[in-house]
Design a protein around this ligand. Structure first.
Ligand code: HEC
Ligand code: HEC
Ligand code: HEC
Ligand code: HEC
Ligand code: HEC
Length: 451
């Protein structure tokens, strides 16, 4: 028989046990949660083998040069610096479209910056790991070697040319020639310089449902029988001294550093330099044929050992055909897009791909107009940014901070969206074809706005 008081003591003991276990469980739960949630996971573990997951380590001052900034290299390599300064590489941070996309809450900013400002000296902070392996939660500590001038230099000279010697811990320059007499340490490694392009231009990685990058330019080149490297076309040869003339160095085979690509530069004033720095269209208009009520326009990728377009999946060529009557009035218009189509939700997926591989042709077939056309004008326009996309960027400029915010708001006026690459008029009666010179087209491109 148990008295009431004994029962309540027993109950109380039992309750106390339950409370303690419950409490311990909660503490353990919170502890485990905090541990998992706050634990710092190394970047290598989250992105194994990915070069772009980390910037190039902090570079100490280079003997004979000082801080390894492009500006300092430019003190002697004046022409190369002047060319590079006009390149997309030099604009990889200041690019208005980049700033707009970077500011989106969905962008894991540190990853974007790893390819657009790839040297640790260009970054305010060092990322030591990711909380719980989550790429939206980088653990950052201040970088004592941050160089604000270098930050603005985008894909700066040191990205390709400067590394730290693992033994001496000193910076050296990677060169490609040899037999030169630089005031700075140099190691000749051509292959390493050439292969460097692939680190950024040949990467496909799906981070989450929205894609980070799908650049296959390297694989496209490898799939052809071409023996060319990226540099053989994008860094054309020029005979000159590597440095300013006051240093009295011999004239050698040098390479332009404008890295010209699709002919749509980042600002309107750069149009004037595209051809000088080596721009060449990849596609040529190999034939216009009007016969038996049908029109056939043939474009061939004759000059680019990769697809046209390549790189960013949003790019495309727009083909425009306008028919004119005897008074010069437009009586016919047709349009066709050559590029990739992607569906972005629920998962990013390529739906179609009509781009032109190396040495292949694309034939645009259409019915001849019923209107009294006497001549046709054909245009191929390389589009980098659609009007619809820049409209959207302007609408969401609230995410961007000054000074880029003001630039995004005015991007219709500040940012080239497209360039006319080919223009040709064709007289039906005489079958006479006249192509507009590239120089004339680029003068007009500098004044055009939008898609
Ligand atoms: C004080 C002048 C000076 C500065 C500053 C300078 N260089 Fe040089 N560099 C030279 C000279 C001189 C040569 C040799 C030219 C020759 O002998 O024809 C050279 C050669 C080179 C070469 C070619 C080496 C080879 O044999 O392939 C590379 C690449 C190079 N420099 C990169 C850089 C980079 C990158 C920077 C900035 C981080 C830089 N240089 C800064 C003077 C300079
Ligand atoms: C660290 C990453 C990185 C490396 C390495 C790199 N690039 Fe780039 N490259 C970029 C980025 C980023 C852009 C685009 C910047 C933008 O549009 O804002 C670019 C743009 C270009 C363009 C311009 C395309 C156009 O139409 O404007 C060409 C051409 C190019 N790179 C060629 C090369 C070549 C050749 C090499 C190797 C010698 C190379 N790149 C190495 C990151 C890199
Ligand atoms: C995207 C990578 C990349 C960047 C950025 C870059 N270079 Fe180069 N550079 C190369 C490659 C590749 C070569 C070798 C080209 C060849 O031999 O065909 C080269 C060659 C050189 C040479 C040897 C001479 C010549 O003209 O071939 C010098 C000097 C040089 N670069 C200096 C610079 C300087 C200075 C900067 C910045 C203002 C710079 N480079 C930016 C990739 C780059
Ligand atoms: C045989 C010459 C050649 C080689 C080799 C070559 N390219 Fe190109 N590339 C071109 C030409 C020409 C264009 C312009 C195509 C056009 O828009 O009509 C171009 C365009 C580009 C563009 C701009 C694409 C666009 O659609 O806006 C990039 C980026 C580029 N190339 C990167 C590379 C890289 C990276 C490599 C090496 C993996 C490489 N290229 C190798 C000739 C070449
Ligand atoms: C693996 C390296 C890499 C990473 C990571 C990367 N980019 Fe780029 N980005 C490039 C290269 C290379 C180009 C130039 C591609 C070309 O011209 O074919 C480029 C071009 C661009 C352009 C210009 C497109 C155009 O058509 O002119 C924008 C905008 C951009 N990147 C935004 C971003 C954002 C935002 C992120 C992060 C979410 C990011 N990038 C991450 C390498 C990278």
């Amino acid at each position: 028989m148990v008295s009431r008081s004994e029962t309540s003591v027993g109950n109380w003991k039992l309750k106390r046990k339950i409370y303690i276990s419950f409490f311990t469980l909660i503490v353990l739960g919170i502890g485990t949660y905090l541990y998992i949630n706050q634990r710092e996971v190394p970047i290598e573990q989250v992105f194994p083998g990915k070069i772009w997951a980390k910037p190039i380590e902090n570079l100490p001052d280079l003997k004979g040069v000082g801080a390894p900034t492009a500006k300092n290299c430019g003190n002697c390599h004046t022409e190369i610096y002047e060319e590079w300064k006009r390149s997309t590489h030099a604009n990889a941070l200041s690019d208005i479209q980049f700033q707009s996309e970077l500011a989106k809450p969905s962008s894991p900013k540190w990853i974007c910056l790893n390819c657009h400002i790839p040297v640790q000296n260009q970054r305010e902070t060092i990322i030591t790991g990711l909380k719980n392996g989550n790429y939206f939660r980088p653990v950052e500590v201040p970088n004592p070697h941050f160089n604000p001038d270098m930050k603005q230099e985008g894909v700066t000279c040191a990205t390709c040319h400067v590394r730290v010697d693992s033994e001496s811990k000193e910076s050296y320059v990677i060169g490609s020639v040899g037999g030169t007499t630089p005031p700075h340490p140099v190691k000749i490694d051509r292959k390493r310089l050439f292969d460097r392009c692939y680190d950024c231009h040949n990467e496909t990685y799906t981070l989450n449902e929205s894609l980070v990058c799908s650049f296959q330019t390297g694989s496209e080149l490898n799939a052809t029988q071409s023996k060319e490297s990226c540099s053989s076309c994008h860094q054309p040869e020029v005979r000159r001294s590597f440095v300013k003339s006051s240093l009295n160095k011999p004239v050698r085979t040098s390479h332009k550093h404008g890295f010209i690509g699709g002919g749509v530069p980042k600002t309107f004033d750069l149009y004037h330099d595209q051809i000088r720095l080596g721009y060449k269209p990849g596609i040529v208009l190999s034939n216009i044929k009007v016969q038996n009520g049908s029109i056939e326009i043939t474009l061939t990728n004759a000059n680019a050992s990769h697809h046209v377009t390549t790189g960013d999946p949003e790019r495309f060529y727009r083909l425009d055909l306008v028919g004119l009557d005897s008074k010069g009035n437009q009586v016919f218009h047709a349009e066709k897009k050559i590029g990739q189509e992607w569906a972005w939700s629920p998962v990013a997926k390529k739906v179609s791909d009509e781009r032109i591989p190396f040495q292949k042709s694309f034939v645009w077939k259409l019915k001849e107009s019923d209107s009294p056309v006497v001549s046709y004008v054909f245009q191929a326009v390389h589009v980098r940014l659609k009007n619809k996309t820049s409209d959207y960027m302007i609408l969401s400029s609230g995410y961007v901070s000054s000074p880029y915010k003001e630039q995004v708001e005015k991007m219709k006026d500040l940012y080239p969206h497209s360039s006319i690459i080919i223009e040709s008029s064709y007289q039906l009666k005489t079958k006479f074809r006249k192509d507009t010179a590239l120089e004339d087209l680029f003068q007009r491109n500098a004044l055009r706005k939008g898609e």
